[in-house]
Design a protein around this ligand. Structure first.
Ligand SMILES: [Zn+2]
Length: 287
């Protein structure tokens, strides 16, 4: 069933969980994500990022996301990830996504504020959908010249600015920069835990972790305790899919059609998401 972003985050807060928010640009990843959510009966967020449009358009994969979420026995949020424009959010809402992130973090503050407000208004017009926005710059692999600049505190989110931003926009959740990095880690992530506490307190809404791949279970748990209730996760699952497909090609070089590779990839993603859910929902699953 579809549930709202707000309800999923409240489940996280109540039960000491980080809600897994996984990108599913291919059907293999989507099916794996829904299967894992059903296996454990926990809320999960499936999301599609604008940057993955070349893999599948939001209209194509998004229709499958919305349909599988509605049919699922598990509570699922269908979320637009890193929309770079108002129009992309709208495309997602038209498909049936019930939540969206507008990423104006690289825009000047006033412009980020203005467009985020418009996105919140749009979400209201669509019957009250969830909105995530971002403050502070999250480094990624594309920032080649900086290499892996985890720990560059000048990029971190300011809690006072976070307070003003949330108060003015009325967003549901805030993506913030506190030491994680998009993509693969080239060096150890340096997470500022005190900053997470300050951000959660001052912002007054759950904090979203981007670049959630590659942290240790202990690091996840510490972040969750301090107020991170949405954990974006993608790269390591997609990498596991590739490794599984490669392994199959080496072990069975006579493979002459594509579908067995898709199955191997799906099984590998399932295993990867299963481990993630066991980690992020540990306190809830122990009961
Ligand atoms: Zn992100």
């Amino acid at each position: 069933m579809l549930i709202s972003l707000k309800d999923a985050l409240e489940f996280g807060e109540k039960n000491g969980c980080g809600i897994a928010s996984v990108n599913t640009p291919t059907l293999e990843m989507l099916v794996a994500a829904i299967d894992v959510a059903e296996r454990y009966g926990v809320p999960l967020i499936v999301q599609h990022a604008e940057v993955h449009e070349p893999v599948n358009s939001i209209e194509n994969i998004g229709s499958a996301m919305v349909e599988l979420a509605k049919r699922s026995s598990a509570p699922i949020v269908v979320h637009v990830d890193h929309a770079e424009s108002f129009d992309y959010v709208k495309r997602g809402f038209e498909v049936g996504f019930n939540s969206a992130m507008f990423d104006g973090s690289r825009l000047p503050y006033e412009e980020n504020l203005r467009i985020t407000k418009e996105v919140v208004e749009l979400a209201e017009q669509y019957g009250g959908r969830g909105v995530e926005a971002e403050l502070g710059v999250m480094p990624g692999r594309e920032d080649g010249e900086h290499g892996n600049n985890a720990g560059d505190a000048s990029l971190y989110t300011d809690p006072e600015l976070a307070h003003d931003f949330v108060a003015e926009t009325g967003i549901t959740a805030l993506a913030a920069s506190f030491g994680t990095v998009h993509g693969l880690y080239k060096a150890e992530p340096k997470i500022d835990y005190e900053l997470i506490t300050a951000l959660r307190e001052r912002a007054g809404v759950p904090i979203v972790m981007h670049g959630g791949s590659g942290l240790s279970p202990e690091e996840y748990r510490k972040c969750i305790k301090r107020g991170v209730q949405k954990i974006n996760y993608y790269t390591y699952a997609d990498k596991a899919a590739l490794e599984a497909a490669k392994k199959l090609l080496v072990e069975e070089p006579e493979t002459f059609v594509f579908s067995p590779l898709a199955v191997a990839a799906r099984n590998a993603v399932d295993k990867n998401f299963d481990a993630l859910v066991q980690c992020l929902y540990a306190d809830y699953l122990k009961r």
